[in-house]
Design a protein around this ligand. Structure first.
Ligand SMILES: *Cc1c(COP(=O)(O)O)cnc(C)c1O
Length: 374
């Protein structure tokens, strides 16, 4: 399947070989335990460890993360379960871990947990590959690129080379890009981690996460952590996620194309500042993004004059939900400063572009902007 296009791969990903009178994608298997006589062996024994519905989904995600390569994927109940599985299973008391200081807003919570266990944590910004300067003696480097919500991009190949040289493993939070936008394992990372709550499943109705590794020993550590902590996805969510993956190329292509159109439109507005979209030529992230990304994502960020202008803009949008999260087929936007966790201005908007007709969406944004600033 390594030579097919992304769309072909997406619709077939993880499907079992055709079997007469069986469905194309087997339905969810609801089972706490499986028939098992004699010595415990075989793929399915107890539902916290393995489930056939996970297996299909894990193969599908693996085929998207690393087409034609032998990789192992472990699915989790949420993105944070996947993030924690890597960080908390690898780090030991006395180790040093390097995190981005502009990463996902729950990352500081993991940091607190790591520090409570006696793990040293250093942070540096994503932009300018600043994490390079924090690598000495580190055991694990955590990257998030493009960063969220700032949309800075770091050079994954360069950071991986330096981290491996320093003896550190590298994990990339690939939530924003999805494997269609960027393949961290191809760029040399040891772990590709994502919240599949976002663009991967794309309908805003499932929480899910995954970790993909090439090295079976690293994968075994992640799987063991899932068994210990039990942050397992339900069979129904796993099956829905797999079904959603079949349209990931359609969704992501549409979302990325419209995101660029929206960014180009916003770039012409004098009332919009701090516009960021890695796909926009001239964006500070663009030069690195084109070297390592295949699509630039569905998120556009920008700043309006102040909190009130931003709130008026959000209230006047008719096709865009005021909601957090991103990557859904339904556009959403939010004033990010309302959460307090990110270093952003009061008027900062994170806009997640959906699958609406681009003309409709642009007209809605233009109208809301005119009314908000006018
Ligand atoms: C949403 C998100 C997470 C956490 O995922 P959940 O599914 O909400 O637990 C982690 N990293 C990034 C970049 C995210 O956007």
């Amino acid at each position: 399947m390594s030579t097919t296009g992304d769309g072909t791969r997406a619709v077939r990903a993880g499907l079992p070989a055709p079997q007469q009178y069986e469905p194309t994608l087997p339905g969810p298997v609801f089972a706490a335990h499986f028939h098992l006589s004699g010595e415990p062996a075989g793929p399915y024994t107890y539902g916290r460890e393995t489930n056939p519905t996970w297996t299909h989904l894990e193969r599908a995600i693996g085929e998207l993360e690393a087409p034609g390569e032998r990789v192992e994927t472990t699915v989790f109940a949420s993105g944070m379960a996947a993030v924690s599985a890597v960080l908390l299973s690898r780090a030991r008391t006395g180790d040093t871990v390097v995190l981005p200081d502009d990463g996902y807003q729950a990352l500081p919570l993991v940091r607190e947990q790591l520090e409570a266990y006696g793990v040293g944590v250093r942070t540096a910004p994503t932009g300018g590959d600043a994490q390079l300067r924090a690598l000495k003696g580190a055991k694990l480097l955590w990257l998030e690129t493009p960063s969220n919500p700032g949309l800075d991009v770091c050079d994954v190949r360069r950071l991986v080379a330096a981290a491996h040289e320093a003896g550190a493993l590298v994990a990339v939070d690939n939530t924003l890009a999805t494997p269609l936008g960027q393949r961290p394992l191809e760029l040399g990372a040891d772990f590709s981690v994502a919240s599949d709550t976002k663009g991967m499943t794309g309908h805003g109705d499932i929480l899910l996460g995954h970790v993909t590794c090439k090295d079976p020993a690293l994968s075994a550590g992640v799987r063991r952590w899932r068994k210990v902590v039990g942050a397992i996805p339900g069979p129904m969510e796993s099956w829905l996620a797999h079904r959603s993956l079949s349209t990931v190329q359609l969704r992501v292509d549409r979302q990325c194309a419209t995101a660029l159109t929206l960014a180009e439109f916003l770039a012409r507005r004098a009332d919009v500042t701090g516009l960021r979209y890695p796909g926009l030529p001239g964006d500070p992230s663009h030069a690195i993004a084109v070297r390592q990304m295949r699509r630039f994502g569905s998120l556009v960020s920008f700043t309006l004059a102040d909190k009130d202008t931003a709130e008026r803009f959000l209230a006047r949008l008719r096709l865009v939900d005021d909601a957090t999260s991103f990557g859904s087929v339904r556009s959403s936007a939010e004033r990010r400063a309302r959460w307090g966790g990110d270093a952003v201005p009061e008027g900062f908007i994170r806009f997640s572009v959906g699958a609406e007709d681009p003309d409709d969406l642009l007209a809605d944004v233009e109208n809301a902007l005119d009314e908000a600033v006018g």
